[in-house]
Ligand binder design. Structure first.
Ligand SMILES: CSCCC(=O)/C(O)=C/O
Length: 158
């Protein structure tokens, strides 16, 4: 996981890092205090540790695994159209819990009007985006990410 302030009006390939100049990298504490986003490292290679961590997060937040999303330019013919959708900022009324199980992608968090912090999330990174926080996401130049999303248990069970 790496986190940085994005240049104000990024143009061109959205998969580039789009750092401010000079680059301003921040840590998870600043991420949390500026955006409210929480970060956990999940040890995916240790099944027991992973289950423990995920059970804890899911129980505390009343979540269930909802879907696996794969973004892969090699297997998804219309990936660009999907990425266009994912790059449209959204503000949701439920917190978003997402974990990268393979590959990498960017989550951009809007912390002030049109001011963005970019998070590079990789395998084993789990982030929680609070409800009401504007965000968008996209792939890195490798165009490959596999994500596990968790949703509110009550919404899934109806
Ligand atoms: C990688 S697709 C999942 C999109 C997502 O996680 C999100 O939070 C959309 O609001």
């Amino acid at each position: 996981m790496q986190i940085w302030y994005m240049e104000p009006y990024p143009c061109g390939d959205r998969r580039m890092p789009h750092h401010v100049f000079p680059p301003k990298v921040i840590g998870i504490d600043t991420l949390q205090s500026v955006t409210g986003v929480t970060y956990f490292k999940v040890d995916i290679d240790n099944t027991v540790a992973m289950k423990k961590r995920l059970t804890c997060i899911r129980t505390e937040r009343n979540k269930v695994p909802a879907e696996i999303v794969v973004l892969d330019s090699e297997t998804i013919p219309n990936l660009n159209a999907k990425l266009d959708d994912l790059y449209e900022p959204v503000t949701l009324d439920d917190e978003q819990v997402v974990m990268v199980t393979d590959g990498a992608m960017y989550y951009d968090i809007e912390y002030e009007d049109s001011e963005w912090i970019r998070i590079l999330v990789e395998r084993g990174d789990l982030i929680i985006i609070p409800k009401g926080v504007s965000h968008r996401c996209t792939t890195t130049p490798k165009d490959y990410a596999k994500i596990q999303r968790f949703s509110n248990r009550d919404v899934i069970q109806g």
